[in-house]
Write a protein that binds this ligand. Structure first.
Ligand code: SF4
Length: 141
């Protein structure tokens, strides 16, 4: 990263990092685009994304960041299941088979990447994290 940042500075160029490590993004990126099933599913400035995560998948990536304040040998949380076959993407939300909040709406159609409240934080989810649903399932996560 030191070398990349040095080259970026020297060449006055933009830098796109592709990584599963959101800790890396938190340290070096101005903006984050979270991809799932070959699609952008959440996009925001790094500060906004970490403060107001909206997608359960993004939340899972954040929880998988190793932290020094955890006891040693702590097993990081994982999302059960497998990612979708990119050659046969479903019409439903691609994360639905692995999402504990998936319902009929999620299985009927994939939400578009959008910023429902305006602004620049965009996400593709029918049930974003900051919109609790009546059965309280968001509160348990
Ligand atoms: S649209 Fe539904 S299945 Fe997809 S991430 Fe959001 S809650 Fe989960």
């Amino acid at each position: 990263m030191e070398l990349l940042l040095e080259l970026q500075e020297q060449s006055d160029m933009a830098l796109i990092l592709v990584s599963h490590d959101l800790g890396l993004a938190a340290t070096y990126a101005d903006e984050v685009i979270v991809m799932y099933g070959g699609r952008a599913v959440e996009q925001a400035s790094t500060r906004e994304l970490f403060a107001h995560v909206q997608m359960l998948y993004t939340q899972a990536l954040l929880q998988a960041i190793p932290r020094f304040d955890r006891p040693t040998h702590t097993i990081l949380p994982v999302v059960e299941g497998r990612p979708p076959d990119l050659t046969h993407l479903p019409t439903e939300c691609a994360f639905a088979p692995r999402c504990e909040w998936a319902d009929d709406r999620c299985r009927a159609s994939a939400p578009e990447l959008a910023a429902p409240g305006g602004g620049r934080h965009r996400f593709a989810c029918w049930h974003p994290c900051d919109e609790p649903v009546p059965d309280g399932r968001h509160e348990s996560s």
